[in-house]
Design a protein around this ligand. Structure first.
Ligand SMILES: [Zn+2]
Length: 290
């Protein structure tokens, strides 16, 4: 007979936070990506695979302490390397699921950054050791718009978020448990990176949709797990940014002038201030309606 013995918080290490019964988060240090660990009666489901392979190895070790059951699925909230380089640690046997476009995004990055893995291995002896056996592993399953994954007693609802961060952003909702993995379109106490295809109206639409789920726990792709307050914080930040940029557009200022002029002192303490110009540019496009 299999006797389940759940490891204590100390045994799991300081980066593992318990969210609910059987639901844990490996919280990335200094805004590194988070990884969700969801234990079911029929195996484990991971949401993302850790920022770096050193994280992925720590996650694999933590899962072994939580349950003798295998990791059956790995859901990617996005295809960027800080969520997917560690795929090889889990698959096989884990089956990787992502939104349509994830594989192409991963292949494009792989092509554009030759030597990426060797460079990463050079960052520390621990990283080199964690990269032992590295292979490029793309998702086996790509869904479109919505998907339900039932594993054991749990149900995972995956839904696509358009133009919020990457080419394939997925939120993962556990309705019964009221736990939401909200992906990287909305971050916590940090200015987000807004790529040229990302739009503020799409981010706000995603925030509204996720808030309407009424989650009890919200685990962003990056940042400390919290509650639906992170959506309120995001709405307030973009509302103020749109207002300030809009005012200067009305005064006839150019984008370049606006980039120099707009200040957001209320958010001075948020991390990644160097991303502000990309935020101002996105606000400019949103106000102009393109
Ligand atoms: Zn990313």
């Amino acid at each position: 007979m299999l006797i389940a013995r759940v490891a204590s918080a100390q045994e799991l290490g300081p980066q593992i936070q318990k969210i609910a019964e059987g639901i844990y988060v490996y919280v990335g240090k200094d805004f590194n990506s988070n990884c969700g660990i969801v234990v079911t009666q029929e195996g484990v489901v991971l949401i993302d695979s850790g920022h770096n392979p050193t994280d992925s190895q720590a996650i694999a070790a933590a899962v072994k302490k939580l349950t003798p059951l295998p990791i059956r699925y790995l859901i990617d909230t996005e295809p960027h390397p800080d969520h997917t380089t560690g795929h090889f640690v889990f698959a096989p046997p884990a089956i990787i699921i992502a939104h349509q476009g994830a594989t192409q995004s991963m292949l494009d990055r792989e092509r554009d950054a030759p030597g990426r893995i060797e460079k990463l291995a050079g960052t520390s002896p621990e990283m080199r050791a964690a990269l032992q056996g590295y292979r490029f592993v793309a998702p086996q399953i790509e869904y479109r718009d919505k998907m339900t994954l039932n594993v054991g007693e749990r149900s995972f609802q995956l839904f696509y978020q358009k133009n919020v961060h990457s080419e394939a952003d997925s939120a993962v909702w556990l309705a019964k448990e009221r736990v939401l993995f909200s992906a990287s379109g909305i971050v916590v106490n940090q200015i987000n990176i807004l790529r040229p295809f990302v739009t503020i109206p799409d981010i706000l639409a995603a925030a509204k949709m996720m808030k309407a789920l009424k989650p009890e726990h919200v685990i962003p792709g990056h940042g400390i797990p919290g509650t639906a307050k992170i959506f309120d914080d995001t709405e307030k930040y973009y509302a103020l940014l749109l207002e300030r940029v809009g005012k200067l557009i009305k005064e006839g200022k150019s984008l370049e002038a606006i980039k120099k002029e707009v200040k957001m002192p209320e958010y001075d303490k948020w991390a990644s201030q160097e991303r502000m110009p990309s935020n101002i540019e996105a606000a400019y496009k949103a106000v102009k309606g393109n």
